[in-house]
Design a binder for this molecule. Structure first.
Ligand SMILES: *Cc1c(COP(=O)(O)O)cnc(C)c1O
Length: 399
């Protein structure tokens, strides 16, 4: 950061692949069967593999992890003007799919220790129009599903887990995405399992499966005719090229997830002693974190009042793949503040200028620092170097 050598010497390639991936894709290229209008063949094979991996009955692939959320929400039967509870500290898709379904996103703040939806604040947000909750397993850390599901049962709400960060993560020995009515995954380039773009929704519910299966394939039914369309779906199918790439990548997922989890636990022990650095809590339940992000809270008063943005710039300059994360909670985005939602079912009384979630605001502005998942595939000495980079910044701002 002062023009000398970087503390971090390691490099962190992503995606990870070898000749297996190249061969699998080449075989599809040579076959000429690139697409797959019947969603069978390589697409169905990967869906079966992913469902088995997660321990769910069904898996339905689609073009991305936004559409998978949307399919689940529509299949759950939400009506125009219904309210859907979402956290404000997440990627825009978690809330924008609610608008696309002609529903009203209701933001409930996150827990300061985990950055996941604060289940103790759910009940206060429920009205007679509330139909569903979309908890996000943020960064790959499991939400408090017991608490969320018990509120959902009490008020008869659907639960769609946004597991876009959470491939292979577990709570009490059970894969994330299998706790609610449906679980949604993204295979976009940055995610822990990727084919560049892609998505998946898993469920154990027969009716949800049948609706989502039809919606992603232009409203067709499995035994219907090609030009018979029974439901208002679009073409959300993936290609065989993506399916075979994902099948190969899935073989690597467990090993990568175990490594990230071990590195995360180790990095916790290195960062906890640093004054002004607080890794997020993993909670008390047995879990496997998959560290799509390794997140710690930064306290600038312990770093000579160095603003978070400058701290992150220095940490990057030292070679740590990191980011300051979202600049604002979602309700601050122009789409909400300027009422650009193109959703005519939202009552005029809804005004996101009145919304304020203190914990999410603080996380965005002052606290949250993200280290990216591919860096968590490094060695122990790489983790040591991340901690040393933080020590170096602290020494420099103090002197
Ligand atoms: C990436 C992501 C999505 C959507 O995924 P896409 O495949 O990019 O559409 C949804 N939710 C969260 C939390 C994400 O990070």
């Amino acid at each position: 950061m002062n023009g000398g050598d970087r503390v971090v010497k390691g490099s962190f390639p992503w995606p990870v692949f070898d000749e297996q991936e190249v061969q699998a894709v080449a075989d599809i290229v040579r076959s000429g069967q690139w697409g797959n209008p019947d969603c069978d063949g390589a697409v169905a094979a990967f869906e079966r593999e992913f469902a088995d991996y997660c321990g769910s009955t069904y898996a339905i692939s689609c073009v991305n992890g936004s559409v998978s959320l949307r399919l689940a929400l529509i299949a759950c039967g939400v009506r125009p003007g219904d309210e859907v509870i979402v956290p404000p500290y997440t990627f825009i898709a978690t809330a924008s799919v609610v608008l696309e379904a002609n529903c009203v996103p209701v933001f409930v703040d996150i827990d300061p220790d985990t950055y996941n939806l604060d289940a103790t604040k759910l009940e206060a947000a429920i009205t007679e129009r509330t139909r569903a909750i979309i908890p996000v397993h943020f960064a790959g850390l499991p939400c408090d599903m017991d608490a969320i599901l018990s509120v959902a049962r009490r008020y008869n709400l659907r639960v769609i887990e946004d597991a876009a960060h959470a491939h292979g993560a577990e709570l009490n020995g059970k894969k994330l995405g299998t706790f609610g009515d449906a679980g949604s995954f993204s295979f976009q380039s940055s995610k822990n399992l990727t084919s560049g773009e892609g998505g998946m929704v898993i469920t154990n519910d027969d009716a949800l499966y049948q609706t989502m299966n039809s919606l992603r394939n232009v409203g067709r039914l499995p035994h219907g005719q090609w030009y018979d369309h029974f439901n208002p779906g679009c073409n959300y199918r993936i290609t065989q090229l993506q399916a075979v790439l994902l099948s190969q990548q899935l073989k690597r997922l467990d090993e990568q997830t175990i490594l990230r989890n071990e590195n995360g636990l180790y990095l916790d022990t290195l960062l906890e002693p640093i004054d002004g650095i607080t890794p997020l809590s993993r909670g008390a339940l047995p879990l496997r974190h998959c560290y799509h992000l390794y997140i710690f809270r930064y306290d600038k008063t312990r770093f000579g009042d160095l603003p978070k943005k400058e701290f992150v710039a220095m940490l990057s300059a030292e070679g740590v793949p990191c980011s300051a994360g979202y600049p604002h909670p979602l309700y601050k985005q122009p789409v909400f503040q300027q009422k650009n939602w193109m959703c005519y079912a939202i009552p005029d009384s809804v005004d996101y200028a009145q919304v304020s979630c203190d914990v999410a605001e603080r996380a965005c502005a002052d606290e949250a620092v993200w280290i990216f998942q591919h860096a968590m595939l490094g060695s122990r000495s790489d983790m040591d170097s991340f901690a040393e980079a933080i020590h170096k910044i602290q020494r420099n701002v103090a002197s």
